[in-house]
Write a protein that binds this ligand. Structure first.
Ligand code: DGL
Length: 266
C-alpha cells in the first residue's frame, strides 16, 4: 500500500457526495474514486443480502481493480448492513463507514428531544438498535424511515412540492413534539437541508456526518502513514451503474467540479 494510491467512496447514488464534499475540503491533494450505484438503488428498500452483495462487489472493484488505499462507505444503509462483513473479509484494508450520529445529537440537544431520519432499512437494522440502546438514555428519540426521499435527491428535486410534501409527512410528529436536534441519518438528506428547515418551521439543529467522517478518514491515513504528500489537487472520478445524462447533470449540481464519468463495469 502506498500513499499515492487513491481513496474509494461508494453509495447507492449521489447522497455520498455530501461526504465527498467534506473529504475534498479536508484532503485537497488526495485522488478520489466515487461509485454511485444508481442502477441498483435505492438500497434502503432492499434486503440485507442484496445490499451486502452490492457492497462486496463494489469494495472488490475499488480494492482490487482501482487499487485504492482506503474505502469509505458513504452510505448509512450499506454501513449498517455490510461494514462488519467487509472489514472481516478485508482485514488488511482501511474501511470507514457512516452511522446516524445519535450520540452527538443527545449531547447537543437542549430539550432532550431528538429526531433521526434515515432509510427504512437503517431504522430497522440491528446496528441502529444497538446505537439507540447505547446512547439514547434520557432522551426522547423519534426514529423515522423516509422511503422515497433519496429519490427526490436523485431526481434533483431538492425543494420541490413533492419533496416538501414527503418531508411534511415524515417530520410532522417531530415538529409537533418540538425536537430541537435532527440527525440526518442518510447521506442524501444534507442536500435537503433547506427544505427540512422550512418544513420544521423553527430553528432546529441538523447533524450531518461529512466533516466527522472526513476527520476520521484523515486520522486513519495519518496513522497508517498513507496521507498523500502530493502538492497537486487530487482528481475526482465517478463510476456510475446505469449512467445517463440526467444522472450526470444532477451530480454536477451537487458536486460542481464533477466531470469524469464512466459506466461502472460490475
Ligand atoms: N444514501 C444512503 C444512506 O445513507 C441510502 C439511500 C438509499 O439507497 O436508500 O443510507
Amino acid at each position: 500500500m502506498s500513499s499515492n494510491q487513491a481513496i474509494g467512496f461508494f453509495d447507492s447514488g449521489w447522497g455520498g457526495l455530501s461526504i465527498l464534499l467534506a473529504a475534498r475540503e479536508a484532503l485537497p491533494s488526495e485522488d478520489f474514486y466515487y461509485i454511485a450505484d444508481c442502477g441498483y438503488a435505492p438500497y434502503g428498500d432492499q434486503t440485507h443480502e442484496y445490499i451486502l452483495d452490492r457492497a462486496r462487489k463494489i469494495t472488490h472493484f475499488l480494492l482490487h481493480v482501482k487499487k485504492v488505499k482506503a474505502v469509505v462507505i458513504a452510505c448509512n444503509t450499506a454501513t449498517a448492513e455490510a461494514a462488519q462483513t467487509l472489514r472481516e473479509e478485508n482485514p488488511q484494508n482501511i474501511i470507514i463507514g457512516v452511522e446516524p450520529a445519535v450520540k452527538p445529537a443527545t449531547v447537543q440537544s437542549v430539550n432532550h428531544r431528538i429526531g433521526v431520519i434515515a432509510t427504512d432499512r437503517t431504522i430497522a437494522s440491528t446496528r441502529y438498535r444497538q446505537l439507540l440502546a447505547r446512547y439514547s438514555q434520557g432522551c426522547v428519540v423519534h426514529s423515522q424511515g423516509c422511503s422515497g426521499l433519496m429519490e427526490c435527491v436523485e431526481n434533483g428535486e431538492l425543494n420541490s412540492a413533492t419533496t416538501r410534501q414527503l418531508l411534511n409527512k415524515y417530520l410532522a410528529p417531530m415538529r409537533d413534539d418540538g425536537v430541537d436536534t435532527l440527525v440526518l441519518g442518510c447521506t442524501h438528506y444534507p442536500f435537503l437541508s433547506e427544505a427540512i428547515r422550512a418544513t420544521m418551521g423553527y430553528p432546529v439543529h441538523l447533524i450531518q456526518p461529512g466533516a466527522a467522517v472526513s476527520r476520521h478518514l484523515k486520522e486513519c491515513l495519518q496513522e497508517h502513514k498513507l496521507l498523500s504528500d502530493s502538492t497537486h489537487h487530487g482528481f475526482n472520478r465517478f463510476y456510475v451503474s446505469d449512467l445517463n445524462e440526467d444522472r450526470k447533470e444532477v451530480a454536477q449540481r451537487l458536486y460542481p467540479c464533477a466531470s469524469l464519468f464512466e459506466e461502472l463495469p460490475i
